[in-house]
Design a protein around this ligand. Sequence first.
Ligand SMILES: Cc1cc2nc3c(=O)[nH]c(=O)nc-3n(C[C@H](O)[C@H](O)[C@H](O)COP(=O)(O)O)c2cc1C
Length: 308
Amino acid sequence: MSQEQISLEVEIAELSLRNPIILASGILGHSAEIFERIYEGGAAAVVGKSISLLPRDAYKPPAVVEVRGGFLNAIGLGNPGAEAFVQELKKLSAKKIPVIASMFGSDPEDFVKMTKILDSAGASAFELNLSCPHVKGVGTEVGQDPDLVTKIVSATRRNTSKPIFAKVSPSSEILLQTVKAAEDAGASGITATNTIRAMALDVESGMPYLSNRYGGLSGEALHPIAVRCVYEIAEHTKNPIIGCGGVVDWESAVEFILAGASAVQVGTVLASKSIGTIEEILNGIKGYMVRKGYRRISDFVGLAHSGK
Ligand SMILES: Cc1cc2nc3c(=O)[nH]c(=O)nc-3n(C[C@H](O)[C@H](O)[C@H](O)COP(=O)(O)O)c2cc1C
């Protein structure tokens, strides 16, 4: 098999992407210029920073700290609100860059309004952030409440025909219940996972590094946990899964695909390494496919389940 015989194209819930690599939400903010660079660097799509209906202030610094195995962040879901994101979305949509708009909140009515605003501005798909680990009331608590998940996903579904991905938490005790509630209410697929609630202390001051004390752990340390979540979800659904958490090279991306993901998001690695990492991951996946004789990504999605 040669590289020419290989296609990296994937179809996830009617979203056709030139390859399986997507920028994860939040790490690089929401400016169209940065998203364009990431797309030109090889990513097939970008997820916007999570947006609320109205602007929301971020937590005070320090809001991000590097720890062993990744980053700890507690930005507090600060964002300029749905109307402000429309400007960025329009620029990207004019350039045909696929944008998955990420939304959060706890009031289904907010999702109705945000979906209308972002759908008409050109979002290619939606990701519902049901899983931020460091913000009270609008993060993991939402995902832990299947009735609320149903209401939020239904509200979004009623207002768009585009794909909707529900983003889940790696620490949820009711992960599969949340997945089922989201899918029954019309979610097209699942993004697994968000960061995991964590903490780091400065031994000199004796105090937590982050102003919010608790944060979300991302990066390599999260990867095996996220792979477990993808694998577990894949055992229970036929809908597409997007793997997210600690992808740093082609091996970690392939691991997600073998566990059952049809596409993979990259986040933290792009905060410490160059955009060239995306191309390296894609080349590594291609080399793997040549060696294994896979023509399409779908040839090895979920293969880890076959040996059971
Ligand atoms: C600084 C920072 C900000 C983030 N902001 C968001 C966000 O707004 N919405 C969201 O769903 N996830 C957010 N995340 C989580 C990432 O999208 C991703 O789920 C997580 O970092 C795991 O992937 P990674 O290990 O590749 O970074 C953020 C992560 C970081 C590090």
